[in-house]
Unconditional design. Sequence first.
Length: 123
Amino acid sequence: MKKRPKAPAIPPERHETVRRAIMELLRDRTLSAKEISADVGIPEKAVYDHLTHIEKSALQKHRQLVVVPAACKKCGFVFRKRERLTKPGRCPVCKGQSIEEPLFSIEEKKNSEFRSQSERPFA
């Protein structure tokens, strides 16, 4: 018996771009990358790529991406100086691997809060 070729997968219909959808989600609330990926329907790994771009483009719209840093569940160490948006693999203090994910949100900037692009605000 010959097998029929599978029909190509049809992507979900979108009325806005993925980055705009993420920005709209983050404007209302604070979410982890896992929650963003579930809401938008893209892989978690792709969310981090979009977030780095959103971080830069938000500055042009007088907004800022606010990152609540990841923290170790075992000893409470907070990864404040971490520049990458992804979740760390393990804690440098206790070597534990149970790490809370970083959380993301977008806030409007006030005129007095303008900073250079190299600075990232942490909550």
